[in-house]
Design a protein around this ligand. Sequence first.
Ligand code: UFG
Length: 327
Amino acid sequence: MTKILVTGGAGYIGSHACKLLKSKGYTPVVYDNLCTGWQDAVKFGPFEQGDLRDGARLAEVFGKYEPAAVMHFAALSQVGESMHNPGIYWDNNVGGSQSLMQAAVDAGCQNFVFSSTCATYGDQDNVVLDENCAQYPINAYGASKRAVEDMLAHYEAAFGLKHVIFRYFNVAGADPEGDVGEFHQPETHLVPLMLDAIAGKRDALTIFGTDYDTPDGTCIRDYVHVMDLVGAHVLGLKWLEEGKESRVFNLGTGTGFSVREVVNHSAAVTNKEVPINEGPRRPGDCTKLVSGSTRAETELGWTPEMSTLERMVSDAWRWHQTGHYDK
Ligand code: UFG
């Protein structure tokens, strides 16, 4: 079976990708340092513990498995943290990705699928966020991802490393079969924090900023179901297997929801009150991030069919109730 090296495969999105890869006949080999991931989320293939910045360890793993491609999910990904501790984003996300790309080309592995982010676009008023739009990240997290995108272009020019870059909008939901789901420690993401508040595991959800220039004053995001998101990665892998050109794709639905709208949908789906507080803005947050592209649909044949707020919240809620949050 074709092996795929999945960095960050013990994390939220990476573990869902591994499940899908296995169901499609691939062997996902997880490479993860467990700094934010969970070993019990590695269920679908071998596990190799290691750090991205450890070139010798990466060389050993590439030599052992000879993967046909890399799916690179491993990264620090908290916008707020990246604002007060930017150095670790440049070290881990940029330095780590450089070390990984070098190990891949040294091992003759020439196909690379990279998790980037809509945070690379920054806060642009009245601009359609498609793949050709200029990137002006306003936080160190987005800047670190943009730097890796640039690095991929250089590694292709110098060494022929082919790549597909996915710029994610906001990922939510969980595996409907409940094998894997979202669990961060500490948790910073809207949907799991809100479910915690609904379940009484925290007092309330704090809405970060109610004075944004949006219809209800709260930030607007484009939410994508994690299963749809990882489905795009398998399509991206096939794109590379077919020898197509390196390409960037946004992964969003094109529909934005405000924080208050997510809260209201979640109350309806769970049939419970969401206790909320209103707090100040969180540094680094953009007002509105909604994809303005259909490239993934038209070129990859991607259909984000599970990406309704109802489905994302209900799958996340089912996972939340399994007790994984009580680890
Ligand atoms: N929010 C709250 N209260 C919370 C948590 C979040 O109001 O307790 C708000 C945020 O201010 C934001 C929205 O909910 O407006 C979504 O916040 P998340 O933290 O869930 O997601 P982010 O938009 O900050 O970040 C996510 C990913 C990043 C990605 C980014 C692009 O974590 O990797 O989307 O927007 F880059």
